[in-house]
Design a protein around this ligand. Structure first.
Ligand code: ADP
Length: 503
Protein backbone atom coordinates (compact mmCIF):
# COMPACT_ATOMS: atom_id res chain seq x y z
CA UNK A 1 0.00 0.00 0.00
CA UNK A 2 1.10 3.56 -0.68
CA UNK A 3 2.30 5.58 2.26
CA UNK A 4 -0.08 8.49 2.87
CA UNK A 5 2.52 11.03 1.68
CA UNK A 6 3.00 9.33 -1.70
CA UNK A 7 -0.70 8.82 -1.95
CA UNK A 8 -1.22 12.58 -1.82
CA UNK A 9 1.79 13.52 -3.95
CA UNK A 10 1.28 16.78 -5.86
CA UNK A 11 2.73 16.33 -9.39
CA UNK A 12 5.59 18.67 -10.41
CA UNK A 13 4.78 22.20 -11.59
CA UNK A 14 5.44 23.14 -15.20
CA UNK A 15 8.18 25.59 -16.12
CA UNK A 16 5.65 28.32 -16.94
CA UNK A 17 3.94 27.93 -13.57
CA UNK A 18 7.27 27.92 -11.74
CA UNK A 19 8.22 31.15 -13.52
CA UNK A 20 5.01 32.78 -12.29
CA UNK A 21 5.77 31.60 -8.75
CA UNK A 22 9.32 32.94 -8.89
CA UNK A 23 8.39 36.49 -9.85
CA UNK A 24 9.37 39.38 -7.57
CA UNK A 25 6.40 40.55 -5.48
CA UNK A 26 5.04 43.60 -7.28
CA UNK A 27 1.90 45.62 -7.95
CA UNK A 28 0.51 46.52 -11.35
CA UNK A 29 0.09 50.30 -11.52
CA UNK A 30 -0.07 52.40 -14.71
CA UNK A 31 0.85 49.37 -16.85
CA UNK A 32 4.10 48.96 -14.90
CA UNK A 33 5.19 46.42 -12.32
CA UNK A 34 6.05 48.32 -9.16
CA UNK A 35 8.22 46.26 -6.82
CA UNK A 36 6.60 45.99 -3.39
CA UNK A 37 8.00 48.40 -0.84
CA UNK A 38 6.30 46.87 2.18
CA UNK A 39 5.74 43.42 3.61
CA UNK A 40 4.95 40.33 1.60
CA UNK A 41 2.34 37.60 2.09
CA UNK A 42 3.31 33.94 1.65
CA UNK A 43 1.49 31.91 -0.99
CA UNK A 44 0.69 28.28 -0.19
CA UNK A 45 -0.12 25.28 -2.31
CA UNK A 46 -3.15 23.93 -0.40
CA UNK A 47 -2.52 20.47 -1.87
CA UNK A 48 0.70 20.24 0.18
CA UNK A 49 0.59 23.12 2.66
CA UNK A 50 3.97 24.26 1.32
CA UNK A 51 4.89 27.91 0.83
CA UNK A 52 5.60 28.33 -2.87
CA UNK A 53 5.74 32.07 -3.50
CA UNK A 54 5.30 35.54 -2.02
CA UNK A 55 3.00 38.39 -3.04
CA UNK A 56 3.09 42.07 -2.09
CA UNK A 57 1.04 43.32 0.83
CA UNK A 58 0.28 46.78 -0.59
CA UNK A 59 1.06 49.72 1.68
CA UNK A 60 -1.30 52.69 2.08
CA UNK A 61 0.91 54.72 -0.26
CA UNK A 62 0.78 52.00 -2.92
CA UNK A 63 -3.01 51.73 -2.65
CA UNK A 64 -3.24 55.50 -3.07
CA UNK A 65 -0.94 55.38 -6.10
CA UNK A 66 -3.12 52.78 -7.78
CA UNK A 67 -6.28 54.79 -7.15
CA UNK A 68 -4.57 57.96 -8.44
CA UNK A 69 -3.49 56.12 -11.59
CA UNK A 70 -7.06 54.94 -12.22
CA UNK A 71 -8.44 58.40 -11.36
CA UNK A 72 -6.13 60.19 -13.81
CA UNK A 73 -6.81 57.65 -16.54
CA UNK A 74 -10.54 58.06 -16.06
CA UNK A 75 -10.60 61.84 -15.79
CA UNK A 76 -8.54 62.50 -18.93
CA UNK A 77 -10.72 60.12 -20.95
CA UNK A 78 -7.87 58.02 -22.33
CA UNK A 79 -10.03 54.93 -21.88
CA UNK A 80 -13.64 56.10 -21.57
CA UNK A 81 -13.43 58.46 -24.56
CA UNK A 82 -11.97 55.88 -26.92
CA UNK A 83 -14.40 54.82 -29.65
CA UNK A 84 -16.37 51.97 -28.03
CA UNK A 85 -15.30 49.64 -30.83
CA UNK A 86 -11.64 50.29 -29.91
CA UNK A 87 -12.39 49.31 -26.32
CA UNK A 88 -14.20 46.26 -27.62
CA UNK A 89 -11.16 45.26 -29.71
CA UNK A 90 -8.72 45.63 -26.85
CA UNK A 91 -10.93 43.45 -24.66
CA UNK A 92 -11.03 40.82 -27.40
CA UNK A 93 -7.23 41.00 -27.59
CA UNK A 94 -7.11 40.27 -23.87
CA UNK A 95 -9.40 37.27 -24.45
CA UNK A 96 -7.08 36.09 -27.26
CA UNK A 97 -4.06 36.31 -24.96
CA UNK A 98 -5.84 34.44 -22.19
CA UNK A 99 -6.79 31.77 -24.71
CA UNK A 100 -3.16 31.47 -25.80
CA UNK A 101 -2.08 30.98 -22.16
CA UNK A 102 -5.08 28.89 -21.09
CA UNK A 103 -3.07 25.88 -19.89
CA UNK A 104 -0.78 27.99 -17.74
CA UNK A 105 -3.71 29.83 -16.16
CA UNK A 106 -5.53 26.55 -15.41
CA UNK A 107 -2.42 25.14 -13.75
CA UNK A 108 -1.75 28.29 -11.72
CA UNK A 109 -5.35 28.38 -10.55
CA UNK A 110 -5.14 24.73 -9.51
CA UNK A 111 -1.87 25.27 -7.64
CA UNK A 112 -3.06 28.42 -5.90
CA UNK A 113 -6.65 27.52 -4.99
CA UNK A 114 -6.44 23.72 -4.79
CA UNK A 115 -9.15 23.07 -7.38
CA UNK A 116 -8.50 20.24 -9.86
CA UNK A 117 -6.56 21.43 -12.90
CA UNK A 118 -9.07 19.75 -15.17
CA UNK A 119 -11.90 21.74 -13.61
CA UNK A 120 -10.00 25.01 -14.05
CA UNK A 121 -9.14 24.04 -17.64
CA UNK A 122 -12.74 23.18 -18.54
CA UNK A 123 -14.54 25.72 -16.36
CA UNK A 124 -12.72 28.68 -14.85
CA UNK A 125 -10.48 29.59 -17.76
CA UNK A 126 -12.83 29.14 -20.76
CA UNK A 127 -15.58 30.75 -18.66
CA UNK A 128 -13.33 33.76 -18.09
CA UNK A 129 -12.55 34.01 -21.81
CA UNK A 130 -16.28 33.88 -22.63
CA UNK A 131 -16.97 36.56 -20.02
CA UNK A 132 -14.43 38.91 -21.59
CA UNK A 133 -15.76 38.32 -25.11
CA UNK A 134 -19.38 38.77 -24.03
CA UNK A 135 -18.63 41.98 -22.10
CA UNK A 136 -16.50 43.32 -24.97
CA UNK A 137 -19.57 43.43 -27.19
CA UNK A 138 -21.44 45.63 -24.71
CA UNK A 139 -18.84 48.40 -25.09
CA UNK A 140 -20.42 49.27 -28.44
CA UNK A 141 -24.00 48.30 -27.52
CA UNK A 142 -24.64 50.26 -24.32
CA UNK A 143 -26.98 53.12 -25.07
CA UNK A 144 -29.08 55.80 -23.48
CA UNK A 145 -32.68 56.55 -24.33
CA UNK A 146 -34.79 59.36 -25.76
CA UNK A 147 -37.93 59.81 -23.68
CA UNK A 148 -40.87 62.14 -24.41
CA UNK A 149 -41.67 64.23 -21.32
CA UNK A 150 -45.15 63.36 -20.08
CA UNK A 151 -46.30 66.44 -18.18
CA UNK A 152 -45.07 69.09 -20.63
CA UNK A 153 -46.53 70.20 -23.93
CA UNK A 154 -45.21 68.17 -26.86
CA UNK A 155 -42.20 69.71 -28.55
CA UNK A 156 -41.46 72.14 -25.70
CA UNK A 157 -38.53 70.17 -24.33
CA UNK A 158 -36.08 67.74 -25.86
CA UNK A 159 -35.07 65.26 -23.17
CA UNK A 160 -32.83 62.22 -23.24
CA UNK A 161 -31.02 59.90 -20.88
CA UNK A 162 -27.32 59.21 -21.28
CA UNK A 163 -25.57 56.17 -19.88
CA UNK A 164 -22.10 57.11 -18.65
CA UNK A 165 -19.33 55.09 -16.99
CA UNK A 166 -19.51 55.53 -13.23
CA UNK A 167 -15.79 56.36 -12.91
CA UNK A 168 -13.09 54.59 -10.92
CA UNK A 169 -14.27 51.13 -9.88
CA UNK A 170 -12.66 49.06 -7.13
CA UNK A 171 -13.15 45.34 -7.68
CA UNK A 172 -12.62 43.08 -4.68
CA UNK A 173 -12.77 39.37 -5.33
CA UNK A 174 -12.64 36.16 -3.31
CA UNK A 175 -10.47 33.05 -3.46
CA UNK A 176 -12.93 30.38 -4.65
CA UNK A 177 -12.88 31.22 -8.39
CA UNK A 178 -10.00 33.72 -8.43
CA UNK A 179 -9.68 34.39 -12.17
CA UNK A 180 -13.35 33.95 -13.07
CA UNK A 181 -14.55 36.25 -10.26
CA UNK A 182 -11.95 38.87 -11.20
CA UNK A 183 -12.84 38.79 -14.88
CA UNK A 184 -16.58 38.87 -14.11
CA UNK A 185 -15.98 42.39 -12.79
CA UNK A 186 -12.94 43.54 -14.81
CA UNK A 187 -14.46 42.93 -18.25
CA UNK A 188 -17.86 44.64 -17.80
CA UNK A 189 -16.30 47.54 -15.87
CA UNK A 190 -13.87 48.17 -18.73
CA UNK A 191 -16.56 47.66 -21.36
CA UNK A 192 -18.64 50.33 -19.61
CA UNK A 193 -15.66 52.72 -19.79
CA UNK A 194 -14.60 52.64 -16.14
CA UNK A 195 -11.00 52.49 -15.03
CA UNK A 196 -10.32 49.97 -12.31
CA UNK A 197 -8.32 48.83 -9.32
CA UNK A 198 -8.59 45.07 -8.87
CA UNK A 199 -7.80 43.44 -5.55
CA UNK A 200 -7.67 39.65 -5.62
CA UNK A 201 -7.89 37.66 -2.39
CA UNK A 202 -4.63 37.38 -0.46
CA UNK A 203 -4.86 33.56 -0.59
CA UNK A 204 -5.13 33.42 -4.40
CA UNK A 205 -3.58 36.32 -6.29
CA UNK A 206 -1.46 34.43 -8.82
CA UNK A 207 -3.78 34.43 -11.82
CA UNK A 208 -4.76 38.07 -11.28
CA UNK A 209 -1.07 39.00 -11.33
CA UNK A 210 -0.49 37.02 -14.51
CA UNK A 211 -3.54 38.75 -15.98
CA UNK A 212 -1.65 42.02 -15.40
CA UNK A 213 1.02 40.88 -17.87
CA UNK A 214 -1.65 40.18 -20.49
CA UNK A 215 -3.36 43.53 -19.82
CA UNK A 216 -0.11 45.37 -20.51
CA UNK A 217 0.32 43.35 -23.71
CA UNK A 218 -3.27 43.76 -24.91
CA UNK A 219 -2.90 47.52 -25.36
CA UNK A 220 -4.96 49.03 -22.55
CA UNK A 221 -3.83 52.61 -21.87
CA UNK A 222 -1.75 53.08 -18.72
CA UNK A 223 -3.88 53.40 -15.58
CA UNK A 224 -7.02 51.80 -17.07
CA UNK A 225 -6.29 48.65 -15.08
CA UNK A 226 -4.38 48.51 -11.79
CA UNK A 227 -3.90 45.41 -9.68
CA UNK A 228 -3.16 45.59 -5.97
CA UNK A 229 -2.45 42.53 -3.86
CA UNK A 230 -2.68 42.68 -0.11
CA UNK A 231 -4.57 42.09 3.06
CA UNK A 232 -8.33 42.64 2.98
CA UNK A 233 -8.59 44.45 6.29
CA UNK A 234 -5.87 46.98 5.33
CA UNK A 235 -5.40 47.34 1.55
CA UNK A 236 -8.99 46.25 0.81
CA UNK A 237 -10.49 48.52 3.45
CA UNK A 238 -8.43 51.50 2.24
CA UNK A 239 -9.62 50.99 -1.34
CA UNK A 240 -13.25 50.81 -0.27
CA UNK A 241 -13.18 54.07 1.68
CA UNK A 242 -10.86 55.94 -0.69
CA UNK A 243 -12.27 59.32 -1.78
CA UNK A 244 -10.94 58.82 -5.32
CA UNK A 245 -13.17 55.81 -5.89
CA UNK A 246 -16.72 55.99 -7.33
CA UNK A 247 -17.85 52.38 -7.28
CA UNK A 248 -17.12 49.21 -5.34
CA UNK A 249 -18.00 45.78 -6.68
CA UNK A 250 -17.39 42.99 -4.18
CA UNK A 251 -17.77 39.24 -4.11
CA UNK A 252 -17.13 37.42 -0.85
CA UNK A 253 -18.64 36.55 2.49
CA UNK A 254 -21.80 38.24 3.74
CA UNK A 255 -19.87 39.28 6.85
CA UNK A 256 -17.25 41.24 4.89
CA UNK A 257 -19.90 42.42 2.43
CA UNK A 258 -21.70 44.19 5.27
CA UNK A 259 -18.47 45.89 6.40
CA UNK A 260 -17.75 47.00 2.83
CA UNK A 261 -21.30 48.21 2.29
CA UNK A 262 -21.11 50.38 5.41
CA UNK A 263 -17.70 51.80 4.48
CA UNK A 264 -18.63 52.49 0.87
CA UNK A 265 -22.03 54.02 1.48
CA UNK A 266 -20.54 56.44 4.00
CA UNK A 267 -19.24 58.31 0.97
CA UNK A 268 -22.18 57.24 -1.24
CA UNK A 269 -20.09 55.10 -3.55
CA UNK A 270 -22.09 52.84 -5.82
CA UNK A 271 -21.96 49.34 -4.39
CA UNK A 272 -22.79 45.90 -5.75
CA UNK A 273 -22.34 42.83 -3.59
CA UNK A 274 -22.31 39.14 -4.43
CA UNK A 275 -22.36 37.38 -1.06
CA UNK A 276 -22.98 34.07 0.60
CA UNK A 277 -25.68 31.47 0.21
CA UNK A 278 -27.22 28.35 1.67
CA UNK A 279 -28.90 27.06 -1.42
CA UNK A 280 -31.59 24.37 -1.17
CA UNK A 281 -31.79 21.33 -3.47
CA UNK A 282 -35.39 20.11 -3.54
CA UNK A 283 -35.94 16.54 -4.67
CA UNK A 284 -39.43 15.33 -5.59
CA UNK A 285 -40.35 11.63 -5.59
CA UNK A 286 -40.45 11.17 -9.39
CA UNK A 287 -36.70 11.67 -10.06
CA UNK A 288 -34.24 9.07 -11.36
CA UNK A 289 -32.36 8.40 -8.13
CA UNK A 290 -29.01 7.47 -9.73
CA UNK A 291 -28.90 10.70 -11.69
CA UNK A 292 -30.13 12.57 -8.64
CA UNK A 293 -27.33 11.24 -6.45
CA UNK A 294 -24.77 12.39 -9.03
CA UNK A 295 -26.50 15.78 -9.34
CA UNK A 296 -26.71 16.33 -5.58
CA UNK A 297 -23.05 15.34 -5.17
CA UNK A 298 -21.85 17.76 -7.86
CA UNK A 299 -24.09 20.50 -6.42
CA UNK A 300 -22.18 20.44 -3.11
CA UNK A 301 -18.77 18.85 -3.70
CA UNK A 302 -17.66 20.76 -6.81
CA UNK A 303 -14.79 23.13 -5.93
CA UNK A 304 -14.76 21.44 -2.49
CA UNK A 305 -18.07 23.13 -1.71
CA UNK A 306 -16.39 26.53 -1.85
CA UNK A 307 -19.10 27.87 -4.13
CA UNK A 308 -21.52 30.65 -3.17
CA UNK A 309 -24.41 28.77 -4.83
CA UNK A 310 -23.39 25.31 -3.51
CA UNK A 311 -26.40 23.05 -2.94
CA UNK A 312 -25.72 22.80 0.78
CA UNK A 313 -29.25 22.04 2.03
CA UNK A 314 -30.76 18.90 0.56
CA UNK A 315 -34.53 18.40 0.95
CA UNK A 316 -35.67 15.02 -0.35
CA UNK A 317 -39.20 13.64 -0.28
CA UNK A 318 -39.58 11.06 2.49
CA UNK A 319 -40.29 8.28 -0.04
CA UNK A 320 -36.85 8.66 -1.69
CA UNK A 321 -34.74 10.07 1.14
CA UNK A 322 -32.98 6.91 2.37
CA UNK A 323 -32.13 5.66 -1.10
CA UNK A 324 -30.83 9.08 -2.15
CA UNK A 325 -28.60 9.38 0.91
CA UNK A 326 -27.21 5.95 0.12
CA UNK A 327 -26.43 6.96 -3.48
CA UNK A 328 -24.99 10.32 -2.44
CA UNK A 329 -22.77 8.68 0.19
CA UNK A 330 -21.51 6.24 -2.43
CA UNK A 331 -20.63 9.14 -4.76
CA UNK A 332 -18.90 10.94 -1.87
CA UNK A 333 -16.72 8.02 -0.92
CA UNK A 334 -15.73 7.08 -4.48
CA UNK A 335 -15.82 9.81 -7.19
CA UNK A 336 -15.35 12.80 -4.90
CA UNK A 337 -12.53 11.64 -2.64
CA UNK A 338 -10.14 14.61 -2.45
CA UNK A 339 -6.95 14.48 -4.50
CA UNK A 340 -4.00 16.84 -5.09
CA UNK A 341 -5.04 19.54 -7.55
CA UNK A 342 -2.64 18.63 -10.34
CA UNK A 343 -3.39 14.91 -10.23
CA UNK A 344 -4.96 13.58 -13.42
CA UNK A 345 -8.65 12.76 -13.00
CA UNK A 346 -9.11 14.55 -9.67
CA UNK A 347 -12.71 15.74 -9.21
CA UNK A 348 -12.19 17.48 -5.89
CA UNK A 349 -9.06 18.99 -4.37
CA UNK A 350 -8.24 20.31 -0.90
CA UNK A 351 -9.82 23.39 0.66
CA UNK A 352 -8.04 26.67 0.02
CA UNK A 353 -6.31 27.04 3.40
CA UNK A 354 -5.81 25.60 6.85
CA UNK A 355 -8.11 28.32 8.19
CA UNK A 356 -10.90 27.18 5.87
CA UNK A 357 -10.31 23.50 6.69
CA UNK A 358 -10.50 24.25 10.41
CA UNK A 359 -13.63 26.32 9.91
CA UNK A 360 -15.36 23.52 8.00
CA UNK A 361 -14.32 20.86 10.52
CA UNK A 362 -15.54 23.15 13.31
CA UNK A 363 -18.98 23.20 11.70
CA UNK A 364 -19.03 19.42 11.34
CA UNK A 365 -18.16 19.02 15.03
CA UNK A 366 -20.75 21.60 16.07
CA UNK A 367 -23.36 19.75 14.00
CA UNK A 368 -22.55 16.44 15.64
CA UNK A 369 -22.61 18.02 19.09
CA UNK A 370 -26.08 19.37 18.32
CA UNK A 371 -27.30 15.89 17.36
CA UNK A 372 -26.53 15.51 13.65
CA UNK A 373 -25.33 12.13 12.35
CA UNK A 374 -22.55 11.74 9.80
CA UNK A 375 -23.80 9.55 6.94
CA UNK A 376 -20.44 9.76 5.18
CA UNK A 377 -17.19 11.74 5.62
CA UNK A 378 -16.94 14.14 8.52
CA UNK A 379 -13.18 13.73 8.72
CA UNK A 380 -9.90 14.67 7.04
CA UNK A 381 -7.81 12.05 5.24
CA UNK A 382 -4.21 11.49 6.33
CA UNK A 383 -2.26 13.44 3.76
CA UNK A 384 1.05 15.13 3.16
CA UNK A 385 0.10 18.37 4.89
CA UNK A 386 -2.58 19.55 2.45
CA UNK A 387 -5.96 20.88 3.53
CA UNK A 388 -8.20 17.97 2.55
CA UNK A 389 -11.68 17.34 3.94
CA UNK A 390 -13.62 14.23 2.96
CA UNK A 391 -16.98 14.97 1.34
CA UNK A 392 -19.55 14.92 4.10
CA UNK A 393 -23.27 14.25 4.36
CA UNK A 394 -25.04 15.12 7.63
CA UNK A 395 -28.47 13.71 8.47
CA UNK A 396 -30.71 13.98 11.58
CA UNK A 397 -30.38 17.75 11.40
CA UNK A 398 -32.94 20.36 12.40
CA UNK A 399 -33.52 23.96 11.27
CA UNK A 400 -32.00 25.44 14.42
CA UNK A 401 -28.52 23.96 13.91
CA UNK A 402 -25.66 26.18 12.73
CA UNK A 403 -24.87 23.62 9.99
CA UNK A 404 -28.33 24.26 8.55
CA UNK A 405 -28.45 28.03 9.04
CA UNK A 406 -24.92 29.20 8.24
CA UNK A 407 -22.79 29.04 5.11
CA UNK A 408 -20.09 26.40 5.72
CA UNK A 409 -18.28 26.91 2.38
CA UNK A 410 -16.95 23.38 2.32
CA UNK A 411 -17.92 19.91 1.07
CA UNK A 412 -20.68 19.46 3.63
CA UNK A 413 -24.36 18.98 2.86
CA UNK A 414 -27.18 18.77 5.41
CA UNK A 415 -30.04 16.50 4.35
CA UNK A 416 -33.65 16.64 5.51
CA UNK A 417 -36.91 14.83 4.64
CA UNK A 418 -40.20 16.47 3.66
CA UNK A 419 -43.75 15.27 3.06
CA UNK A 420 -45.69 18.26 1.67
CA UNK A 421 -44.81 20.89 -0.93
CA UNK A 422 -45.84 23.80 1.30
CA UNK A 423 -43.59 22.44 3.99
CA UNK A 424 -40.52 22.26 1.73
CA UNK A 425 -41.12 25.73 0.24
CA UNK A 426 -41.30 27.14 3.76
CA UNK A 427 -38.13 25.30 4.79
CA UNK A 428 -36.27 26.35 1.63
CA UNK A 429 -37.13 30.00 2.28
CA UNK A 430 -36.34 29.81 6.00
CA UNK A 431 -32.91 31.41 5.58
CA UNK A 432 -31.32 34.84 5.60
CA UNK A 433 -29.77 33.99 2.21
CA UNK A 434 -31.34 33.88 -1.24
CA UNK A 435 -28.76 33.14 -3.90
CA UNK A 436 -29.73 29.90 -5.63
CA UNK A 437 -32.08 26.91 -5.39
CA UNK A 438 -32.74 23.83 -7.46
CA UNK A 439 -35.87 21.77 -7.99
CA UNK A 440 -35.60 18.24 -9.34
CA UNK A 441 -38.72 16.67 -10.87
CA UNK A 442 -40.16 15.47 -14.18
CA UNK A 443 -43.31 17.53 -13.50
CA UNK A 444 -42.60 20.74 -15.44
CA UNK A 445 -45.73 22.51 -14.30
CA UNK A 446 -44.78 21.95 -10.68
CA UNK A 447 -41.23 23.06 -11.46
CA UNK A 448 -42.45 26.46 -12.72
CA UNK A 449 -44.79 26.88 -9.77
CA UNK A 450 -41.98 26.20 -7.30
CA UNK A 451 -39.61 28.50 -9.21
CA UNK A 452 -42.05 31.31 -8.51
CA UNK A 453 -42.32 30.55 -4.80
CA UNK A 454 -38.63 30.28 -3.91
CA UNK A 455 -36.99 33.50 -2.76
CA UNK A 456 -33.65 33.44 -4.52
CA UNK A 457 -31.88 35.20 -7.39
CA UNK A 458 -31.55 32.00 -9.41
CA UNK A 459 -33.66 28.82 -9.55
CA UNK A 460 -32.49 25.75 -11.47
CA UNK A 461 -34.61 22.88 -12.73
CA UNK A 462 -32.98 19.43 -12.82
CA UNK A 463 -29.50 20.94 -12.54
CA UNK A 464 -27.59 23.11 -10.08
CA UNK A 465 -24.95 25.88 -10.36
CA UNK A 466 -25.47 26.32 -14.11
CA UNK A 467 -24.42 29.86 -15.02
CA UNK A 468 -24.19 31.70 -18.32
CA UNK A 469 -22.49 34.99 -19.18
CA UNK A 470 -25.68 36.45 -20.68
CA UNK A 471 -28.00 35.76 -17.74
CA UNK A 472 -28.18 37.99 -14.68
CA UNK A 473 -26.85 36.53 -11.44
CA UNK A 474 -27.21 37.81 -7.88
CA UNK A 475 -28.92 37.44 -4.59
CA UNK A 476 -32.15 38.10 -2.76
CA UNK A 477 -31.94 39.04 0.93
CA UNK A 478 -28.48 38.87 2.52
CA UNK A 479 -26.99 37.18 -0.54
CA UNK A 480 -26.27 40.51 -2.13
CA UNK A 481 -27.19 43.73 -3.87
CA UNK A 482 -27.38 44.07 -7.65
CA UNK A 483 -26.81 41.63 -10.49
CA UNK A 484 -23.71 40.61 -12.41
CA UNK A 485 -23.47 38.95 -15.84
CA UNK A 486 -25.72 39.87 -18.74
CA UNK A 487 -26.66 43.46 -19.58
CA UNK A 488 -27.21 44.21 -15.89
CA UNK A 489 -23.63 43.21 -15.14
CA UNK A 490 -22.36 46.00 -17.40
CA UNK A 491 -25.00 48.55 -16.40
CA UNK A 492 -23.92 48.34 -12.74
CA UNK A 493 -20.77 50.18 -13.87
CA UNK A 494 -22.76 53.08 -15.32
CA UNK A 495 -24.68 56.14 -14.14
CA UNK A 496 -27.75 57.58 -15.82
CA UNK A 497 -27.75 61.24 -16.71
CA UNK A 498 -30.93 62.99 -17.79
CA UNK A 499 -30.60 66.00 -20.10
CA UNK A 500 -33.45 68.54 -20.63
CA UNK A 501 -33.21 71.12 -23.37
CA UNK A 502 -35.93 73.77 -23.62
CA UNK A 503 -36.76 74.24 -27.26
P1 ADP B 1 -13.24 34.86 3.29
O1 ADP B 1 -13.70 35.39 4.62
O2 ADP B 1 -14.00 33.70 2.87
O3 ADP B 1 -11.74 34.75 3.19
P2 ADP B 1 -13.73 37.43 2.40
O4 ADP B 1 -15.13 37.77 2.11
O5 ADP B 1 -13.12 37.81 3.70
O6 ADP B 1 -13.60 35.92 2.20
O7 ADP B 1 -12.75 37.97 1.29
C1 ADP B 1 -13.12 38.37 0.00
C2 ADP B 1 -12.27 39.53 -0.41
O8 ADP B 1 -12.53 40.64 0.44
C3 ADP B 1 -10.76 39.30 -0.33
O9 ADP B 1 -10.16 39.91 -1.47
C4 ADP B 1 -10.37 40.02 0.93
O10 ADP B 1 -9.04 40.47 0.90
C5 ADP B 1 -11.32 41.19 0.91
N1 ADP B 1 -11.57 41.80 2.23
C6 ADP B 1 -11.63 41.21 3.43
N2 ADP B 1 -11.91 42.11 4.40
C7 ADP B 1 -12.06 43.31 3.79
C8 ADP B 1 -12.38 44.64 4.24
N3 ADP B 1 -12.62 44.91 5.51
N4 ADP B 1 -12.44 45.61 3.32
C9 ADP B 1 -12.23 45.36 2.01
N5 ADP B 1 -11.92 44.14 1.53
C10 ADP B 1 -11.85 43.12 2.40
Amino acid sequence: MDTPATHFQQPAYSEAAQKALDRTPALFINNQWVVASGATIPVEDPSTGRIISQIADATDAEVDRAVEAARTAFDDGRWSDLPPMRRERILHRLADLLEAHADEFAELEAIDNGKPRDMAAKGDVPGSIATIRYAAGWASKLAGEMIEPAAMPRGAVHAYVRREPVGVAVLIVPWNFPLAMAVQKVAPALAAGCTIVLKPAEQTSLTALRLGDLIAEAGFPAGAVNIITGDGATAGARLVSHPGVDKVAFTGSTEVGKIINRAATDSMKRVTLELGGKSPVIVLPDVNLDEMARGAAAAIFRNSGQVCVAGSRLYAHRSVFDQLIEGLSEEASTQWRPRPSLEEGALMGPLVSREQMDRVMGYVEAGQKAGATVAVGGDTPTSNGGYYVNPTVLVDVNPEMSVVREEIFGPVVVAQRFDELDEVVKAANDTSFGLGASVWTKDLSLMHKLAGRIKSGTVWGNCHSMLDVALPFGGYKQSGIGREKGREGVEIFTELKTVYIKL
